[in-house]
Write a protein that binds this ligand. Structure first.
Ligand code: AMP
Ligand code: TRP
Length: 328
């Protein structure tokens, strides 16, 4: 039997997941897993998350939270390999080797690095700078063909392709060049400012996956809208309502054009009230499942996934060591 193409993605354990993470990434992870077309690897990018300020105790909770969110959203350890990045030291070993072929200038151009350096000038660490190199290692270590991510990660996946190509040119064909997979909502905007991406670093504009039904209703009610009263998708002139339409369409699985027709004669209040109920209903099963899951089963599950991932990682690193002439 021909083996399936591999798919790799990860989420950082840095705080509560929001609905942007869901419609841009997590929901797609589940759909791709269930499509049966890929051999799926989903991990928790704890080493990446150390580039931002954290406390050790809180980190363990955040890792457990992402693991439980993976399971509650529908990732299934029988269908996908779920693991913790730091359990596989091959990621950091490959990242070091890739560091040595990564041009400094390429990393300096990375928007995420520039954004995070601007928001946290007190913590511009070398890890933050080299972050995309570790991400490249996460991906090409498994010869991934596809990488489902949100739009903010495109620059990093492009660098991943560059590094795979560069390594291959210098040391002989070793890595596959992966392609990013985007959803229809690759960049959900903030509820309080439709010109800014919904982001954990700006909690006021986030709908969190763990928000209660009333919090969801209130946040959507308060979400900013545009001038005029038409409910149409026009991202340039009506960024706020377009963003809400995209969210509605993604969660309800209804094309935008149908929604525009449905709300043609209706006002924002009714549209927002319906959207809120759609989101509440979509998140309820997730929230119930997450509450019912046992935290103490998480470590064992991640170790089991890690053992599967490491077999592949170890073989690849052997090849890399041989190709680069590391004395073994
Ligand atoms: P992070 O929490 O930064 O690890 O992001 C996890 C995943 O969610 C990545 O694939 C991001 O690209 C994606 N993501 C984050 N914010 C958004 C957003 N506002 N819209 C769509 N996707 C997003
Ligand atoms: N950088 C990604 C983010 O912030 C997380 C991540 C780390 C990742 N390694 C990865 C995503 C490998 C996809 C593949 O969202």
């Amino acid at each position: 039997m021909k083996s399936k193409p591999r798919l790799v993605s990860g989420i950082q354990p840095t705080g509560k997941l929001h609905i942007g993470n869901y419609v841009g990434a997590l929901k797609n992870f589940v759909a791709l897993q269930d499509s049966g077309k890929y051999e799926c690897f989903f991990f928790i990018a704890d080493l990446h998350s150390m580039t931002e300020y954290f406390t050790p105790k809180e980190k363990i909770k955040q890792i457990e939270d992402v693991a439980l969110s993976y399971l509650a959203a529908g990732l299934d350890p029988k269908k996908s390999t779920l693991f913790l990045q730091s359990d596989i030291p091959e990621h950091t070993e490959l990242a070091w080797i890739l560091n040595t072929i990564t041009p400094f200038g390429e990393l300096r151009r990375m928007t995420q690095f520039k954004d995070k350096s601007d928001t946290h000038p007190e913590n511009i660490n070398v890890g933050l700078f080299a972050y995309p190199v570790l991400m490249a290692a996460d991906i090409i270590l498994y010869d991934a063909h596809a990488v489902p991510v949100g739009e903010d990660q495109l620059q990093h996946t492009e660098l991943t392709r560059t590094l795979a190509r560069k390594f291959n040119a210098r040391f002989g064909k070793t890595f596959h060049e992966p392609k990013p997979l985007l959803t229809e909502v690759p960049r959900l905007m903030s509820l309080d400012d439709p010109l800014k991406k919904m982001s954990k670093s700006r909690p006021a504009g986030c709908l969190f996956l763990d928000d209660s039904p009333d919090e969801i209703r209130n946040k959507i009610k308060r979400a900013v809208t545009d001038s005029g009263r038409d409910i149409v998708c026009d991202p340039v002139n009506k960024p706020a309502v377009s963003n809400l339409l995209l969210l509605y369409s993604s969660i309800a699985g209804i094309p935008i054009s149908d929604l525009e027709k449905r709300y043609a004669e209706k006002g924002y209040a009714e549209f927002k009230a319906d959207l809120a109920e759609i989101v509440v209903a979509a998140l309820l099963p997730f929230q119930k499942k997450k509450k019912a899951l046992k935290k103490n089963a998480v470590r064992k599950m991640l170790l089991a996934g890690g053992a599967r991932a490491q077999k592949i990682a170890r073989e690849k690193i052997k090849e890399v060591r041989k190709k680069t002439g590391i004395y073994t």
